[in-house]
Design a protein. Structure first.
Length: 304
């Protein structure tokens, strides 16, 4: 049976009070043991960041980021109830006789990924599960059935997608009874696709706050590569002086947060000083002129 349409679903958004996600996709490169990782988690919780972003695919299989995080949480299980854990599934890495990665949103793969993530994270449930990338072979009715099963079993509370175009989001939502509560997409001054292809407009229409990854352009703010990068960095330095920000990273993140779809930035650093600095970006308010000046620096031209 077909599920409810996007417009028919009304819910209190579980991300409503979330300002930032702490991203753990680089955990294995941080060089932290379980005790140090637990201390880091508690530090960002003290800063008000209770939401964390994971994926089955992050990290090497024998030292996955989920497993490292699970080992840390096992040292103090009491904090689990305070956290909102997001994980993702649907990307299968090369292994054995298969030398390519591919997408798989089949029933079997979703169930397998969830069970493995639960084991790694040492938890009984995932707060929000996302399909990591659009799968051209996706069967929405099959996905709807497995989502319903996982929800009924209490293994997943909410569902969403990542890197989906609006038409891909709508197709899946037509079949899934649970609301797809978010679309995790790249949003930054160097990548305007989510603003231009209808993704953020759809998020506003449905009142589903998107999660924003790579807000700092994948590090290109620190090492600009293209002419566009250099224009963006120059404009960010100009606005930084005007608003009294500590650095251009804060301005770049405030530019993302200023959009009325209310994107939630994912912070990728394992250094608590940089996390604290990122959190302060929410207090920076850009004028419309400043926002469009940064937009223009990215586009290479002003508004028509």
């Amino acid at each position: 049976m077909m599920g409810k349409t996007s417009q028919e679903i009304v819910m209190a958004h579980p991300f409503e009070q979330i300002d930032f996600f702490q991203g753990y996709w680089r955990t294995e490169s941080w060089g932290m043991d379980a005790q140090a990782l637990l201390a880091f988690t508690k530090q960002h919780m003290e800063l008000g960041i209770y939401a964390v972003d994971h994926a089955w695919i992050y990290g090497a299989r024998d030292s996955s980021c989920e497993a490292l995080f699970g080992d840390a949480m096992a040292l103090d299980p009491s904090i689990r109830q305070q956290l909102h854990i997001v994980s993702k599934c649907g990307i299968v890495p090369p292994s054995g006789n298969c030398d390519i990665a591919y997408y798989d949103s089949s029933r079997e793969e979703i169930l397998r990924s969830v069970e493995e993530s639960l084991t790694r994270l040492k938890t009984d449930y995932i707060d929000t599960l996302l399909l990591h990338r659009p799968d051209l072979l996706l069967n929405p009715a099959e996905v709807a059935e497995v989502f319903e099963q996982l929800h009924a079993q209490g293994k997943v509370r909410y569902f969403g997608v990542s890197n989906y175009a609006p038409h891909e989001f709508d197709l899946l939502q037509q079949y899934v009874d649970q609301p797809l509560i978010t679309n995790q997409v790249e949003i930054n001054l160097g990548n305007m696709y989510a603003l231009e292809d209808g993704t953020l407009a759809q998020a506003q229409t449905l009142q589903r706050r998107p999660m924003a990854w790579s807000c700092l352009m994948g590090g290109r703010l620190f090492n600009p590569e293209s002419e566009q990068d250099h224009r963006i960095v120059a404009a960010l330095h100009q606005v930084k002086e005007e608003v009294g920000a500590n650095n251009i990273e804060q301005v770049a993140m405030s530019w993302v947060q200023a959009h009325p779809a209310r994107p939630i930035p994912i912070i990728g650093s394992g250094k608590i000083e940089r996390v604290r600095d990122a959190v302060e970006s929410k207090n920076i308010k850009l004028s419309r002129e400043q926002w469009y000046r940064l937009w223009g620096a990215s586009k290479g031209h002003g508004v028509a």
